[in-house]
Every structure is written in C-alpha cells, then in structure tokens.
Ligand binder design. Structure first.
Ligand code: UT7
Length: 332
C-alpha cells in the first residue's frame, strides 16, 4: 500500500515585487540578484493575505482537483515557518476555512518541511487506515524579513501549495504509483545559521529584542550555501538508493527553490540534466515550505508529470534540516 498524489493546487499573491523595485529599497542591483540567485521577481502578500488564507485557497484547489469534497479529508498537515499566529496552530484556521471535519497539525522543519509532511502524511495514510491526507506548504515570509537587510530581502517570497494524498490498494504492483522511499535528517548543531532569534521561550519578544530587530530572519547565507549542495546530493542519493534506483531512473528532479546556483550544482553532481530539473525560482524566489509543492503543482499543470514518471524531491533549510523523497507519479 502506498501514498499517491490525487490532486494539487496553489495560491500565490497577485502582487509581484521585481528586482528593479528592490533596487529602490536596498543597496542591490537586478544584475546581482539574477546572477547570484536566479530570482527575477517574488510574490508578496497584501495586508489581508496570510499564511492561513493562502493555505486555505491552495487546499481548496487541491481538494477540487482531486474530485473530492472537504469531508473526504481525514487529516490536514500544514508545513510552515510563518504560522498564522503562535496559538492555535495554522491548521486550525485552514481546517475551518476549508470546512474539514478532521484532525490537523502544523509541522516545522524549515524549507524541508514539505518533504517531512509528505512522508508523515504518507505513513499515517498507509499505516493508520486513513483514505485522504491533505498536505500544505504555506508561507508569508515577507512578514519575517527585515526590509533593510539586502542579504535576505531579495531572496524570499510568499505562496502556498497543497497536495491531496490518497492510499493505493493493498496489493499495489511494485511499479505502481506512490511514495517509494525517502530520507530525512537534521543537524541541530547548525541551528544558528538560519534563525529568528526572538519571539520564542528562549528570548520572548521585548522592547530590547525589537530594538535589535531580532524578530527578523537572520541567515549566514554563504555558510548555508556551502552545505546545501552536498546535503541535497547526499540525501537525494540516499533516498534513490532506498528505492533501488539511480539518478538515471529519475524523470523529474524537483528541488527546493533556494538559489538557482544550488539547484544547478546539485543537479549536475547528481547527473540529472537541466531539462529534467524543475526550476521556478525566477518567478517566486524562495518560498520555503511552499517551494517544492508549488513546483510540483506547476509541473503537473503544465502536463510535464505523466503517470509512471519517477519524481525526485529534495529540500533543505533551517535546522539544518533536509529531506528527499522518491515517488512515482499517478493516482492510486
Ligand atoms: O532556503 C534554505 C536556506 N537558504 C539558502 O539556501 C540560501 C543559501 N545562500 C545563498 O543563496 C547565497 O549565499 C546568497 C544568495 C544569500 C548570497 O550569495 P553569495 O554569492 O553567497 O554572496 P555573499 O554573501 O558571499 O556576498 C558576496 C558580495 C558581498 O560583498 P563583498 O563583501 O564581496 O564586497 C556582499 O556584501 O555580495 C554582497 N551582497 C550583495 N550585493 C548586492 C550580499 N547581498 C547582496 C545583495 N545585493 N542583495
């Protein structure tokens, strides 16, 4: 029995923030951003758009695309680093907005959050007797970015995307669709490379933390970059090995969209050609937990993903976490 993708959907703010507009806000240039990151524009939430509102819109689209009703969903997981508010969890608002009658929880694993929730949802589906699990990656990163910090302000964007997972029959053939293998990891000794220092139990928000701008994301970009390529390659190879596959078996590589140079280097080292690698960072920037499902949904909408295709996902981010998954595309 395996977890298969039954439907997908996205929600991105209409508002585009171009590199040219960023040139007016921080000391940067379109040329630097394009050359160093591959990003040309990102979407930014308007004041009335939130993590839960984007997640709800993406979730509704995925449920509809799967041909299901909200009452068919047995569990909701929302992966996010930018929750609606500290309490309750974002899934409470999303479940209410969608009219779900099931349990929900949020999952925090940084930019690897989507792979983590895919694996978790699949395990509960196949081991827990559920029929449909809705997994959503949703972020409004623009609310945690220091608008005066050029090293992060140019990178991140807002958006959400959702997949409906459904269980295959108990005696699915070996070459049938579904999640085949995965690899998850975290090296907490690197936690300080990418963090929001204040606002939690260690350093609650205070006048002092606000004065020091500690409510904003801090990233040691070059350090993260140095580890990212090796991490993605090692994790992807581990997941492929567990699936009994090699990179030559991969039809589509859909990595976390953090930096076009990281994606190119990882694909090159894995031996996966550019035409088999899905890249949309130029239009959305880094949307953290939303980036992989956004890329999956766009590739599926474009008709690139065909039943039977082997899809390799790989993400990494704050923690430092990483996660890779191998799945065969197609409905149960
Ligand atoms: O989502 C998961 C986690 N995040 C990531 O994976 C991000 C990983 N890191 C990166 O993508 C890259 O490290 C960045 C895009 C953040 C930075 O690119 P880089 O090539 O590593 O640049 P750098 O930080 O080494 O900076 C090179 C130069 C510096 O100037 P000097 O010291 O050479 O004079 C920076 O001050 O570029 C400067 N710089 C900028 N210049 C124009 C840094 N940010 C900017 C900017 N515009 N926005």
């Amino acid at each position: 029995m395996r977890a298969c993708v039954a439907g997908w959907g996205t929600a991105v703010p209409d508002l585009r923030l171009t590199n040219a507009e960023l040139e007016d806000r921080v000391k940067t240039t379109d040329a630097w951003i394009v050359e160093r990151t591959g990003i040309r524009e990102r979407r930014i939430a308007r004041p009335d758009e939130t993590t839960a509102s984007l997640a709800t819109e993406a979730g509704a689209a995925a449920i509809k695309q799967a041909g299901l009703s909200p009452l068919d969903v047995d569990l909701l997981i929302v992966a996010t680093a930018t929750p609606e508010q500290p309490i309750p969890h974002t899934g409470a608002f999303v479940g209410d907005g969608l009219g779900l009658h099931c349990g929900s929880f949020d999952l925090g694993a940084g930019c690897a959050g989507f792979v983590y929730e895919l694996v978790t949802g699949a395990a509960l589906l196949t081991g827990g007797g559920l029929e449909h699990v809705l997994v959503i990656g949703a972020e409004v990163l623009s609310r945690i970015i220091d608008p005066t910090d050029r090293t992060t302000a140019v990178l991140f964007g807002d958006g959400a995307a959702a997949l409906v997972l459904e269980a295959s029959s108990e005696h699915a053939p070996d070459d049938g669709p579904g999640l085949l293998a995965f690899d998850l990891g975290c090296d907490g000794s690197l936690a300080r490379l990418l963090e929001i220092p204040a606002g939690g139990s260690r350093l609650p928000t205070s006048v002092e933390t606000l004065d020091q701008r500690l409510q904003y994301l801090k990233m040691q970009g070059p350090e993260v970059f140095r580890r990212a390529v090796r991490t993605v390659v090692d994790s992807a190879n581990t997941a492929l090995g567990r699936a009994g596959m090699a990179s030559s078996d991969v039809d589509w590589f859909i990595p976390h969209q953090a930096n076009a140079r990281i994606i190119d280097a990882a694909a090159h080292r894995l031996g996966i050609p550019a035409e088999r690698t899905i890249v949309n960072i130029d239009r959305y920037g880094n949307t953290s937990a939303a980036s992989i499902p956004l890329a999956i949904s766009e590739a599926a909408d474009a008709g690139d993903l065909q039943a039977g295709d082997v899809v390799l996902l790989s993400g990494f981010g704050a923690g430092m976490t990483w996660g890779s998954a191998v799945l065969r595309w197609g409905r149960a």
